[in-house]
Write a protein that binds this ligand. Structure first.
Ligand code: NAD
Length: 257
């Protein structure tokens, strides 16, 4: 592992443009479970609440569950070390963009600015009628469905539901990142969700080196990953940080076991 971390750090330092591609796994250590797998949200909840047709048919019923998952529960989470290292990499000129599938706002809270929210953001609510946007704090979530102060239209969370298209701007930014990146750093995603899962494959076709961080192999590992850093996001990213920014070294040790 030590040699792989060093190799990955060297590649990242030499890269002209690096993109991080993140999924639910990067936020697991912030206390937000992934959707799939053991302990995932779909063991407790019906994914149907995030289906657009279901929401349009029964917005009040959908909102009861949506509030519990995305506002009561996600609302408590704070960025972890992996989010913070990516934000630092951006500040220090080592990261050109994050394309995230996550909707939890934790990259923003960590300080990342060059961010494409492929699936939108739960920290925005949008009026289905007049398209006005709100922050959750501006709206009472005591009565369902919440409605627009201006026009009385139903408010929908600002993330992409099943059956809904990907917003144009992050889609275009993700395609651009895939076409110009020397390095793609994939963190915490199974690579199962279409069409987001195609972005790293595109990057590979354009010639990017693929570095992947995940405790388990994903759909990418055997197919396109060049360096697999097997482990939890916080642990691996902290080790990577120590190699990327040697001033962070503790006296005479490099922090890698
Ligand atoms: P996923 O649920 O399909 O897979 C999670 C991945 O994270 C797995 O590969 C798992 O091995 C890995 N993982 C688990 N613990 C980890 C850790 N500590 N460090 C690093 N990796 C770890 O997630 P996905 O591929 O992102 O797809 C799920 C979709 O659901 C996404 O598109 C996203 O929009 C949404 N989602 C978002 C959140 C969030 O915003 N935090 C949470 C759940 C789901």
């Amino acid at each position: 592992m030590k040699e792989l971390i060093k190799e990955a750090a060297l590649i990242l330092k030499r890269s002209r443009f690096t993109t991080a591609f993140t999924g639910a796994g990067i936020s697991v250590e912030s206390g937000i479970p992934s959707f799939r797998g053991s302990g995932g949200l779909w063991e407790k909840y019906d994914p149907g609440v995030l289906d657009l047709q279901h929401f349009m048919h029964d917005p009040a019923g959908s909102w009861v569950v949506i509030k519990e998952i995305f506002y009561d529960f996600f609302g408590m989470a704070k960025p972890n070390k992996a989010h913070l290292v990516l934000a630092r990499m951006e500040k220090e000129g080592l990261l050109g963009r994050i394309v995230t599938q996550n909707i939890d706002n934790l990259h923003q809270e960590a300080g990342s600015l060059l961010l494409s929210e492929f699936h939108g953001n739960s920290k925005k609510l949008k009026c289905l009628q007049c398209h006005r946007e709100y922050h959750p704090g501006q709206i009472s979530l005591d009565h369902f469905p919440p409605t627009c102060v201006e026009c009385g239209g139903i408010l929908k969370p600002g993330f992409v539901f099943f059956g809904e298209g990907i917003p144009q701007v992050p889609l275009a930014e993700a395609y651009e990142a895939a076409s110009i990146s020397d390095v793609f750093l994939i963190i915490g995603t199974t690579g199962e969700v279409m069409p987001a899962n195609q972005i790293p494959f595109m990057a590979k076709e354009y010639g990017a080196v693929i570095i992947e961080v995940n405790p388990e192999p994903s759909n990418y590992t055997d197919k396109i990953t060049d360096i697999f850093l097997q482990g939890k996001a916080t642990v691996v990213m902290e080790q990577l940080e120590r190699q990327l920014f040697p001033a962070a070294l503790d006296d005479d040790q490099d922090g890698i076991n």
